[in-house]
Design a protein around this ligand. Sequence first.
Ligand code: ADP
Ligand code: MG
Length: 346
Amino acid sequence: MIEDKNQSKTDLGQLGEFGLIDHLTKHFEIKNKSSITGIGDDAAVLDFDKKQVVVSTDMLVEGVHFDLAYMPLKHLGYKAVMVNLSDIYAMNAKATQITVSLAVSNRFPLEALEALYAGIETAAKIYNVDVIGGDTTSSTTGLILSVTAIGEVDSKDVVYRKGAKPNDLIVVTGDLGGAYMGLQVLEREKEVFKVNPQSQPDLEPYTYIIERQLKPEARKDVIELFKSLDVKPTSMIDLSDGLSSETMHLCKQSNVGCELYENKIPLDPQVISTCEEFDIDSTTIALNGGEDYELLFTIDQGDYPKIKGNPNFTVVGFIKEKEAGMQLITRGGTSIELKAQGWNSF
Ligand code: ADP
Ligand code: MG
């Protein structure tokens, strides 16, 4: 378990709201040319010239979206940024700015918020986005964190969920189910820790999947790869909820059907072995486990040579006419209708 190693605990009340904001945000620098003015005035000022602007917000609530028993605050800050950048990349856009709003109870010392902001700062630096504002307020119980991400894209490059057409290939990046299985391991260790706080868990066999849960990476690299490969997906969505429900979103909004192939779903060996250990079906996890933050997209078959053999991409199925419905073709060749949730092992 992650212990609280903070020695000093500075009461938030000592700083006051403005002192706190200043303390947390003083290191942020502006890097993008579209950011005219960042933190410090009543509003940030942005100039995107002739680009289209994409905006997305996600809120993370303690006890609902994260558990501080195993989620270090630095990772939480990093992940909150990733979750939002992933939505910007899913539009085939470049992420440029974020705002960060938090509601925090006085059970958190200043040092906790410093850790949270260290994660935000690291994410902003690596992904080259400017932190241009936010809001800070108190909460009676836990921690609530809301990030808004802003991005830019040429109007001709925007990719929506709605553009898939019959015969397009369905492609995913990376591998699936890791974040969910990482969460299962962390939940199990939390229970063990409750019974025996002295226990020293061996998490070595699970490092990859725990990292997938605690420190996901949004696929900025894939958006850049699309540019260099000269590929524009016909539709795209990010995988926050699992392959099944995200594929259904794409198909519904594109007014098409699909076939996904069970034997094509990319799984890391650690996901497979952990699924065996927990006696869970790995396909079920890939279809319904969330938080992988990979991209799911469709391309015209004519673009296949451009992505063929690239280790970032796996073709998992085809788009069909709407009448064909949305099907998973199992390893045994049986066709099963996709479900958004409550998938039962077959
Ligand atoms: P106002 O009273 O106009 O809402 P605030 O005092 O809340 O202004 O904020 C002052 C400045 O600090 C603004 O630029 C705001 O966007 C920024 N800010 C406030 N809270 C945060 C935060 N948690 N993270 C980043 N910037 C913040
Ligand atoms: Mg404010």
